[in-house]
Design a protein around this ligand. Structure first.
Ligand code: GLC
Length: 572
């Protein structure tokens, strides 16, 4: 078991202290070596098999019983190891696994059918999946292909050896990017990618056209900041999974990336390397107090920058971008790891912060007033564990926990290995709050009463423990599973998947669940929500064949390591 350090932790339990550092041996990236970029390789059986073998060994040591809340977990996990992580066993490439496979749940086949029903065709070619196939509710824009919603669908197809639809989607959205985008009389940046698009059929002319929404029709009129980032992340997933570099190397794709990057790397009045955003510009697409520097966007920004670095050609035009990306990554990771990170020690420091400090020696740089610490955080913070908080700006820290940002931080290695472990520790010790009966809370906790009135503007859809306000979203299962595999804790993912399996099909794949424990089908949740279906499938396939993780995961950059010495707020 080369390169794996096993440590007897304080209480004598075996811990895997750097299992994912070991996985990193597979694809190492160093920002300083800008020229030595990852070359995608085809996923052939041999490579997968050897990766699987490594994964078995690493993952079996990765169990950390220290924090498991159910003592039987360890043995359950070992049982599953035999069936799930057996070396030669992997998912079939062109057909979904048959339900007769003993480790495959019968709802997998149903999920594949639902996913296929959601396919959207443009001039005979599949180009995406519809957000929801629910005809019982008012459609609004749920009959469109959303860029962010398509990501789990795309991953499912890639994992199943069906890359064509992903390629079509990438090229189609790229064409939409080149449209002139105007809201009233104001023109949006060239690089903006749409939130969603739709195919219009004209039966008279027997013609099909596309319409796209860049925020000009969306409720609240916010442009999606996440779409461009997801597009780059997907391009890398496609390249990594198929080994086909030709798509990413097309001049159009290179230009598309550069346009997205121009938007987010431009210099202005900012004093922070994080990206300043309007409320509702990402998965949480309504007013929820995520304006400013939302964690979700920062994590996606970081991941997209790293993916772009791998995909950009070092030609005349690309070179300049690669250099700018390297600089930004350096500053961004320092800022996020230092100022967005919270654990018991950091919380204690903030609790005792002095205010009104001026000059470079200030400890409380953003002048956060300790009285603004919310009551709930003192109970929520476990002894072991930590997370990236929702937002940091002058005199404002949003301490809410956001699922997507924290998972993407693990996948992109924005989180250091220690921070990744701490995030997983937190999920384990706050299982009831964050997972409860249905994975996974989009954010925690919900905002209520006066705060809800002020922050959401009295939004009746986002009442406490519903929808974006502490609701539980099955789609997040794939992100949790990927993070679990990366940190060597697949048993957590397995528990979460089991919970979802008990209900998703029966409940017709709802968009979200309500309540503190996620017990109730969301008040206004769409049924047959495609990303609930695809998120489940991706989680399932990834657990079955952990080599899929490579599509959505980037290993730690060695250059970032010295940062650990500069701030020790996350060492326990
Ligand atoms: C909701 C979600 C958004 C999603 C859309 C389509 O608006 O908040 O994230 O993209 O539905 O499913």
């Amino acid at each position: 078991m080369s390169g794996l350090t096993v440590d007897l932790s304080r209480n004598g339990n075996v811990r895997n202290v750097d299992s994912h550092c070991t996985l990193s041996g597979v694809d190492e990236l160093d920002f300083s070596k800008l020229l030595e970029r990852e070359r995608p390789r085809p996923l052939n059986m041999d490579r997968q098999r050897s990766f699987d073998e490594r994964s078995i060994n690493e993952l079996s040591i990765g169990v950390s019983p220290r924090h498991t809340t159910r003592p039987e977990n360890t043995s359950r996990f070992t049982d599953h190891l035999d069936s799930v992580y057996s070396p030669g066993k992997r998912s079939g490439l062109n057909t979904p696994r048959s339900s007769s496979d003993f480790e495959t749940h019968p709802i997998v086949a149903e999920a594949w059918e639902a996913l296929r029903r959601s396919l959207v065709y443009f001039r005979g070619q599949p180009v995406g999946t519809i957000a929801a196939l629910d005809n019982s509710e008012e459609k609004f824009n749920y009959d469109q292909v959303f860029v962010r919603d398509f990501i789990p669908s795309a991953l499912a197809f890639l994992m199943n050896g069906e890359p064509e639809i992903v390629k079509n989607f990438i090229l189609k959205t790229l064409r939409l990017q080149s449209w002139e985008k105007k809201i009233d009389r104001f023109q949006l940046g060239e690089g903006v990618m749409p939130a969603s698009f739709k195919v219009l059929h004209d039966p008279v002319r027997n013609n099909e056209t596309l319409i796209a929404d860049f925020g000009e029709s969306a409720i609240g009129r916010v442009a999606p900041v996440d779409s461009g980032f997801w597009w780059i992340i997907l391009l890398r997933a496609y390249t990594k999974s198929t080994g086909d570099i030709s798509l990413a190397e097309m001049p159009e794709c290179q230009k598309g990336m550069r346009l997205i990057l121009s938007l987010c790397l431009s210099e202005g009045f900012d004093t922070f390397p994080t990206l300043l955003c309007a409320d509702g510009c990402c998965m949480i697409d309504r007013r929820m107090g995520v304006y400013g520097y939302p964690m979700e966007i920062q994590a996606l920004f970081f991941m997209a920058l790293r993916c772009a670095m791998l995909l950009l050609k070092q030609d005349e035009e690309g070179k300049e971008f690669v250099e700018r990306i390297a600089k930004r990554l350096h500053a961004l990771s320092f800022h996020m790891r230092s100022y967005f990170w919270i654990d018991l020690k950091q919380l204690n420091d903030i609790y005792r912060y002095k205010t009104e400090e001026y000059s470079h020696t200030a400890v409380n740089k953003f002048n956060v007033i300790p009285d603004s610490l919310p009551e709930w955080i003192f109970d929520f913070m476990p002894t072991h564990g930590g997370y990236f908080i929702g937002n940091v700006s002058p005199a404002r820290m949003d301490f809410r926990w956001f699922c997507l940002g924290n998972c993407v931080a693990i996948l992109s290695s924005l989180a250091t290995p220690e921070q990744s472990m701490a995030i997983m520790d937190l999920i384990e010790s706050r299982w009831e709050e964050l997972v409860g009966e249905m994975p996974l809370k989009v954010c925690y906790p919900a905002i209520e009463s006066h705060e809800w009135r002020i922050i959401t503007g009295c939004d009746p859809k986002n009442t406490r423990w519903s929808y974006h306000n502490g609701g539980s979203w099955p789609v997040l299962l794939w992100l949790l599973t990927a993070a679990c595999i990366k940190t060597g804790r697949p048993q957590i993912a397995r528990r979460a998947i089991e919970l979802a399996e008990n209900r998703l099909l029966k409940d017709n794949w709802p968009e979200y669940y309500d309540g503190k424990l996620g017990r109730y089908i969301g008040k206004q949740a769409r049924k047959f929500q495609t990303w609930s279906v695809a998120g489940y499938l991706v989680a399932k396939m990834m657990l079955e064949d952990p080599s899929h993780l490579g599509m959505v995961s980037l290993e730690e950059d060695k250059q970032m390591k010295p940062l650990l010495k500069r701030s020790n707020s996350w060492t326990f």
